[in-house]
Design a protein. Structure first.
Length: 107
């Protein structure tokens, strides 16, 4: 099962197994990871699952699709080149070892 590491603003790291096909956002919510609000439940309508993908694992991802790219303009914290919506990142063997950082705030 793919392992995803969530890094909080204070540097605390939590690594969890996220079943294939499950979003990185749902993995966080199901495991009580602080910093992922997910107000819309993963429907790409709120941008409160914003994460910064660690530069060391950014190459594991495809670029965001157009709708995600547009939603990233509405994040509470500044958008960066490595910003993603965790609801759009589906766990897979290719994402094993992915590291995401939660922003200071989501709303």
């Amino acid at each position: 099962m793919p392992k995803i590491t969530y890094v909080a603003v204070d540097g605390n790291q939590t690594t969890i197994d996220v079943p294939e096909g499950t979003s990185v956002m749902r993995g966080a919510v199901f495991n009580d990871i602080d910093g992922i609000v997910a107000q819309c439940g993963g429907n790409m309508q709120c941008a409160t699952c914003h994460v910064y993908v660690d530069e060391t694992t950014l190459d594991k991802l495809e670029p965001p699709k157009e709708r995600e790219d547009e939603m990233l303009d509405f994040t509470a914290c500044p958008r960066k080149p490595n910003s993603r919506l965790s609801c759009q990142l589906k766990s897979s063997d290719a994402l094993d070892g992915l590291i995401v950082h939660t922003p200071e705030r989501q709303n």
